[in-house]
Design a protein around this ligand. Sequence first.
Ligand code: BDP
Length: 701
Amino acid sequence: MPYRYLLLSLLLSLLAHRGLADDGYRLWLKYDQLPDAGQRKVALRNTRFIAVPTNASATLQAAARELQTGLQGLLGQAVPVGGEARGKGGIVLAVAPDPALGREGYRVAVQDGNIRISAATDVGVLYGSFALLRHVQTGQPLAGVSLSSQPKIQYRLLNHWDNPNGTVERGYAGSSIWKWQELPEVLDPRYQDYARANASIGINGAVLNNVNASPRLLTAEYLRKVAALANVMRPYGIRVYLSVFWAAPKVLGGLPTADPLDPQVQRWWTAKINEIYQAVPDFGGFVVKANSEGEPGPQDYGRTHADGANMLAEALGQHDGIVMWRAFVYKAGPNGDRFKQAYEEFQPLDGQFDPKVLVQVKNGPIDFQSREPFHPLFGKMPRTPLVLEVQLTQEYLGFATHLVYLGPLIKECLEADTYAKGPGSTVAKVVDGSLEQHRISGIAGVANIGSDRNWTGHPVGQANWYAFGRLAWDYTLTAKAIAQEWTQMTLTRDPAAVPTIVQLLDQSRSIYVRYTTPLGLHHIMGQTLHYGPEPWLAKSARPDWTAVYYHRADAEGLGFDRTAQGSNALSLYYPPVQQQWGTMATCPLNYLLWFHHVPWDYKLSTGRTLWNELTTRYYTGADSVQWMQKQWAQVQPAVDPALHADVTARLRVQQREALWWRDACVLYFQTVARRPLPPGLPPPTRTLADIKEQVDTYQLR
Ligand code: BDP
């Protein structure tokens, strides 16, 4: 080895040993030097300087700073920032009216020998700057660059389920990133990096606290802390929002009631909201979980969700804020169907909401399962803007242990056709407001972010944060294209490794479904923690928290009959959907057990009986985790060693737990189906009793 290479590799290993290896903190904003010297040279010719208007706002300064840091890293050479263009070959930031771009859109184009990033607003320029950086990071040529985009959905929010005591409900990446105790004086640099990351993918709002909200967030003490966070995020185009505890007027205001029609209650909220806007002039608004899972709400006083939401909207008055009222409600008894509850409570309220109210609907009718049919409310509340809520934290998808890329899950929902106004009335068009010409539109992702150094626990969890933002901005992007961008920006630019990783990401969600809940099984996970299998769960505080309520396995067959012969939940959809999903023969296999109680020996389109198909999927699903391990092993030379080792170790757990799911479900369903495994599938080497014991121990944690 020549002397200087020896020195270089010594230096590199020294850096690695000093903990300077890639720890994932920089997310997809790595800005490591481009490997291709030729490409760097061309890029350098076009980025000799960055010109920002004099008296630039904090947002434009942030854009210039990001470009400077990014380009210096990528090109390995300093790029000066100045007040005006110094000839040709630079980057010029310009705010100029452009009706075609809307408030947040941008244009990046070559003009007078410079690359001009223009937008109607400062934040548009910031988004354009990140778009240019992404362009370079993903190795695309700068010569003749021409990019232009604007978001399809207006409110693109992360919902943090963070509590004031630092815990995160369903968080698997450490504790809360908000250090409430230290705020407002201490501003963790992480807040700014969080804002940068969000701005880079177009997220423009953060709901700071858990939907199971503590009233504490609304106290004067906490509002000062909220204001400090808002100040950090403002330059990055991010507004802060709060989840509110419905009974706050009682708990904080000492009122005898929280009845939305009570004038004292209304006055309390109006005053509180004025106080909030004093502290945070661009406050975004509220998320409300009311009369759901034990939370208080307007129904406690015989009022409707609309009464509650409208009261808050009115209390917002002239302030530029919104109310996102969640439709996640259910209290079905043993003979009801939880699937229908939200629909039955909310659909009749369509047309009764204040224009500042959006109803926030989870992607599916039950609860963030690994695969759900789209929520029947989409397309059925034409007079109400609906926020689509997806869950990025993997509560039901293996926490931060299983590698599951959620791009395909989110896309599947957005692309689902509601047929509300004939074919092509996709959930995306309901959500972006275009189907009914709504003035406002929104999408929310329940964040998977925590205090772990790499933000998301599982390094690939970052891809879910990334994909959510990119799809919120432009849902026409493919999940695969987004996976590729993320991989190139975050893991490696090696041309052989990138497609291998992209394929792994792209398949990961369907593999997870196969070894946990194939063919439309749902809600058979461990109780309380929602981890691991517990299909035998028959007793809980409520019937609709058990597993048997959902899978309905009996001697005859498996699955929840939601046709007219059963709960008739299917009738909530438009007729073309009902027709497709309404018979066993035409229902896609992915949704089969969501809608039908299928006889064990029923022949599926695959040529196998239900029993044989079910068990085969459990086996092939678990085997596919080995395929994932192989894919990942292949890219080892191209990925940072520490990060590679981390994912390798997590995949080992995933492999072990895929077998846990497989054996638990196959053995349990076999006690009901009483059929042998199809030839070629080796029976599990442990018994159901062994597994149940393991689950019981698991629940002790
Ligand atoms: C469920 C979670 C619970 C949340 C609830 C919600 O288990 O922790 O509070 O969703 O969305 O899936 O309100």
